[in-house]
Design a protein around this ligand. Structure first.
Ligand code: ADP
Ligand code: ASP
Ligand code: MG
Length: 408
C-alpha cells in the first residue's frame, strides 16, 4: 500500500491511512506500506536547498529532501501502534534499498527483502519511507520527484506482493487529467504500455519509472483513493484502476487517453547546410550537455543546400541549449537561431492505433476547427503528440477528449 502526499497531508489524514492499513491487516493480508512526505513538504525542503546555496552538493540535497518521508513513516508507525496494529518504520538505508550514485534522480539497483519479509511474515506491518535509498557511496539518495511510486513498485516486486496499491487523491487513472476535464472517465484497466506512455507524456498520477518497473516485473498495480471511509470499502471489489498486461483487457479502445505537458520550448536553427552529419553536429553537443531533445522537425531544403531544423526541449533547459548551440555556431553554421517558450505538447494514446488508420487526422481537423495551430507533430506505434501554444492547452485537451468519444 502506497500513500502519496495529499493522503498523509496532516495528522488527521495519517490516522485515516492507519485505518486503511488496519482494514487490510484485519482481512488477513500481510502488508508493507510506502509513504510520501506530507503534501507540500518536499517542495519546501527543495526551496530551502536553493535558498542556502543555488549550486549545491547533490548528496546534501538528498540528505535534506529525504527527510520528509522519514517523518511520515515514523508518524504512521505510531498511528498504527496506537490502534493496536504492530508496525515499525524503515528508512531506505535500513532495508537496504540500494540505488546508483545519481543523487537527486537515483535509480534503484537492488532491494534486500530478507529482513522485511521476515518481519512482515511475523505479523508486523513495515512502514517504509518512499523516495529514498542508499547509494554506493553509502549516502542517502533520492529517486526524483514523485519517486515514492517507484519505491512502492520496487518493494512490491522484491517481496513478491500480490498487488501494489497506489492510494492517492483520485480514485484511479482517468482518460485525461480530471482537473482539466471534469468529464474524464475512470478506466477499470489500462495496459502497462499505455500507462507508460500516459505517464511519460505528462499524466503525473504515477512516476514514469514506477510504471517501467511494474511492466518489467509484472507487478499488478492498482491506483485507488485514500479519501473513502476506510471501513466502508469492500476489499474484494475496490474501486480503482488496475494496470496490467494487455491480454487482461477485453475491451480495447482505439484511443485510451489524452496527456499533456506545458513545459515545452521550441528552438529553430535557420538555414543550416543540408549535408550528412548535420544532425549529429547539432544534437551531439546537446546530448553531451544532458539536454533532452524531444520532437524534431527538419524541413525540406528548397535547393538541396540549406534546411531548417526545429526541435523541442524542456522550458528549463532552453537557455542552456541556446548557449550550447551558439558555442557550436562555427561547426553547425546556421544563419539564425530562434527560441520560443510557452508551448505545450498534447498527446493522444491508445493501443488500438496499431491497427487503425487515420486516428491522428481526426485530431488535426478538430484542432483546426478551434483555430489551434499545430507547430510540430510526432507519432509512434501507440501514440501521437502535437505541439501547440500553451494558452490553448485546456481547450485542446477538452476538444480531443470529446472528439475521441472519451467524455462521460
Ligand atoms: P500523490 O501525492 O498521491 O502521489 P499526485 O499528485 O502525484 O498524487 O498524482 C495524483 C494527481 O494526478 C491527481 O490529483 C490528478 O490531478 C493528476 N492526474 C494527471 N493526469 C491524470 C490522469 N490521467 N488520471 C488521474 N489523475 C491524473
Ligand atoms: N515526496 C516526494 C515528492 O514530492 C516523493 C513523492 O511524493 O513521491 O516528489
Ligand atoms: Mg505522486
Amino acid at each position: 500500500m502506497k500513500f502519496g502526499g495529499t493522503s498523509v497531508a496532516d495528522i488527521e489524514r495519517i490516522r485515516v491511512v492507519a485505518r486503511h492499513v488496519k482494514r487490510e491487516v484485519d482481512a488477513g493480508n500481510e502488508v508493507a506500506v510506502v509513504v510520501s512526505a506530507m503534501s507540500g513538504k518536499t517542495n519546501e525542503l527543495v526551496s530551502w536547498t536553493k535558498e542556502i546555496a543555488p549550486m549545491h552538493d547533490a548528496r546534501e540535497y538528498d540528505a535534506v529532501v529525504a527527510s520528509g518521508e522519514q517523518v511520515t513513516s515514523g508518524l504512521l508507525a505510531m498511528g498504527l501502534q496506537h490502534i493496536g496494529v504492530d508496525a515499525r518504520s524503515w528508512q531506505g538505508w535500513q532495508i537496504p534499498l540500494k540505488t546508483d550514485s545519481s543523487h537527486g534522480a537515483a535509480r534503484i539497483e537492488d532491494v534486500d527483502s530478507d529482513l522485511l519479509i521476515e518481519r512482515i511474515s511475523g505479523g508486523q506491518v513495515a512502514v517504509i519511507a518512499g523516495f529514498q535509498g542508499i547509494g554506493p557511496d553509502n549516502r542517502i539518495a533520492t529517486l526524483g520527484r514523485g519517486g515514492s511510486d517507484t519505491s512502492a513498485v520496487a518493494i512490491a516486486a522484491a517481496i513478491g506482493a500480490d498487488r501494489c496499491d497506489i492510494y492517492t487523491d483520485v480514485d484511479g487513472v482517468y482518460t485525461t487529467d480530471p482537473r482539466i476535464e471534469p468529464r474524464a472517465r475512470r478506466m477499470e484497466k489500462i495496459s502497462f504500455e499505455e500507462m507508460l506512455e500516459m505517464a511519460s507524456l505528462g499524466a503525473k498520477v504515477l512516476q514514469v519509472r514506477s510504471v517501467e518497473m511494474a511492466m518489467i516485473h509484472g507487478v499488478r498495480t492498482f491506483v485507488r483513493s485514500s479519501f473513502d471511509e476506510p471501513e466502508s470499502i469492500n476489499t474484494q471489489q475496490a474501486v480503482g484502476t488496475l494496470i496490467c498486461d494487455e491480454d487482461e483487457i477485453l475491451e480495447k479502445e482505439v484511443v485510451t487517453g489524452i496527456a499533456y505537458t506545458k513545459d515545452e520550448a521550441q528552438i529553430s536553427l535557420r538555414r543550416v547546410p543540408d549535408r550528412p552529419g548535420i544532425s549529429a553536429s547539432i544534437f551531439g553537443p546537446l546530448a553531451d550537455s544532458h539536454i533532452n531533445v524531444d520532437m524534431i522537425v527538419q524541413s525540406v531544403s528548397e535547393d538541396g543546400s540549406k534546411t531548417d531544423m526545429t526541435f523541442t526541449v524542456p522550458n528549463g533547459d532552453v537557455e542552456k541549449a541556446v548557449k550550447v548551440l551558439e558555442d557550436e555556431r562555427d561547426d553547425i553554421s546556421f544563419e539564425a537561431l530562434q527560441s520560443d517558450t510557452g508551448l505545450a505538447k498534447i498527446s493522444v494514446i491508445g493501443i488500438g492505433m496499431r491497427s487503425h488508420a487515420g486516428v491522428a487526422s481526426t485530431a488535426f481537423a478538430a484542432l483546426a476547427d478551434k483555430n489551434i495551430n499545430i507547430r510540430a507533430i510526432t507519432t509512434s506505434e501507440i501514440k501521437f503528440s502535437l505541439l501547440i501554444d500553451a494558452d490553448y492547452t485546456e481547450l485542446a485537451v477538452r476538444t480531443l477528449h470529446a472528439v475521441y468519444g472519451l467524455n462521460q
